[in-house]
Design a protein around this ligand. Structure first.
Ligand code: S3P
Length: 419
């Protein structure tokens, strides 16, 4: 297989969620370009509309306009679809509101842990009712108090839920996490002029204005490195050629996969470095490479947490073994990614295994062949579709529609760049 040309990945999912939420809180009318049109971001828009925000249709190539209306009690449950970011961050926003709302989601989201967010929000003073650890969750916000919190997990969703609660409830928050997770919320807050900073490894936020005092957003959202990673991987696995992946967010809290790829023998060049709304952006130049196995450390995991499926696929083509340390969090993503990455690699002839919280993958060069169960998980579908581009590969996916969660045009783009 040969790669060629230039391709633009869709808008960053994490930034798209946050920008929509902040736009719904800020004054006036905001305009967002490059917003992801995937189903997860539409779930956020749907929930914000249920809470009273006015949001124009989310379509490719069209700026999305968001007008603030004071948030009001929803008439129905807030359905967050498949989106963990929607559920957890909206809980944060609701902690500072004076009404009750119930959140739910699809079968996958209803299996995912919510206490990691509801616990700190309760400590801030929100009233929360939930059975066990999962959705549905009913929250009644109100008068909050300041919080100093050490999170047991390096989760940007936990951190962001607290920051949104502090913003809407007008209280201070100090947050520590075991490793620094993606910092898009902090960057957007700073971009809007809010007082947020790093003090001795902790994030310290003290809102000086009401959310309605925030300026309207006029933002261009960069491409998602987590989506770009699939195209980068396809280019690394190709026999020849060169691929340019344009307009990719290269925030250092997200670029762990590029660091690991360089260590595996596939350096990716960054050109045209620039800034978009406080986020670094570049074009990536990728060429085919012979890979060697590596050890991915626990400290690196938050910077590549969504890229483990595609890195594991690449590891299956490397010389030697690759170990991903402390990736237990993958069990509570859209599917049990730890077990399913290993099981699906085995299903196509690769030696792979979850040992405790570590994932071990043995590299080889036999053509991968077999049936992959995506469990309707977008990142599993895309990772194994990339493996299927190898010469001699024969991979059948149990379904392909799940890519619409984060990368609706994935199969088109993969076809365009891989001849
Ligand atoms: C996200 C944070 C990560 C990531 C998810 C998006 C975000 O989850 O896996 O896809 O936008 O904050 P955790 O915060 O649970 O690690």
């Amino acid at each position: 297989m040969k790669v060629r040309g230039a391709v633009r990945p869709p808008g960053d999912k994490s930034i798209s969620h946050r920008a929509l939420m902040l736009a719904a809180l800020a004054r006036g009318t905001s305009a967002l370009t490059g917003l992801l049109t995937g189903a997860d971001v539409k779930s956020t828009a749907h929930v914000l509309r249920q809470l009273g925000a006015e949001i124009s249709p989310i379509r490719d190539g069209v700026a999305v306009r968001i007008s603030r209306a004071p948030l009001t009690a929803p008439r129905a449950r807030l359905h967050c679809g498949n989106s963990g970011t929607t559920a957890r961050l909206v809980l944060g926003i609701l902690a500072g509101q004076q009404f009750a709302a119930t959140l739910t989601g699809d079968a996958s989201l209803r299996r995912r842990p919510m206490r990691r967010v509801t616990e700190p929000l309760r400590a801030m003073g929100a009233e929360i009712t939930q059975l066990g650890d999962t959705l549905p969750v009913t929250i009644r916000g109100g008068r909050l108090r300041d919080l100093t919190y050490t999170s047991p997990v390096a989760s940007a969703q936990v951190k962001s839920a607290i920051l949104f609660a502090a913003l809407t409830g007008r209280v201070a928050a100090t947050i520590r996490e075991p490793y620094r997770s993606r910092d898009h919320t902090e960057r957007l807050f700073a971009h809007l002029g809010l007082d947020i900073h790093d003090r001795a490894g902790a994030i310290v936020f003290a809102p000086a204005v009401r959310p309605s005092g925030l300026p309207a957003l006029d933002l261009s959202i960069p491409g998602d490195i987590s989506s770009a990673a699939f195209l980068v991987a396809a280019a690394v696995l190709a026999d020849a050629g060169e691929l340019v992946v344009e307009n990719v967010g290269v925030n250092p809290t997200r670029t762990g996969a590029l660091v690991v790829l360089a260590r595996m023998g596939a350096p990716v060049d960054r050109i045209n470095l620039r800034d978009a709304g406080g986020e670094p952006v570049a074009d990536l130049v990728v060429r085919p490479a012979a890979l060697r196995g590596t050890d991915v450390t626990a400290a690196e995991v938050p910077t590549l947490v969504d890229e483990v499926p595609i890195l594991a696929v690449l590891a299956s083509r490397a010389r030697g073994q690759t170990v991903f340390r402390e990736v237990g969090e993958l069990r509570v993503k859209e599917s049990n990614r730890l077990e399913l990455v290993a099981a699906n690699l085995r299903a196509v002839g690769v030696k792979a295994e979850a040992q405790g919280n570590d994932l071990h993958v043995e590299g080889g060069d036999a053509p991968p062949r077999g049936r992959v169960d995506t469990a309707h998980d977008h990142r599993l579908a895309m990772a194994f579709a990339v493996l299927g581009t190898l010469r001699g590969a024969k991979i059948t996916l149990s379904e392909r529609q799940s890519v619409a969660i984060s990368y609706p045009d994935f199969f088109r783009d993969l076809r365009i760049c891989c001849a």
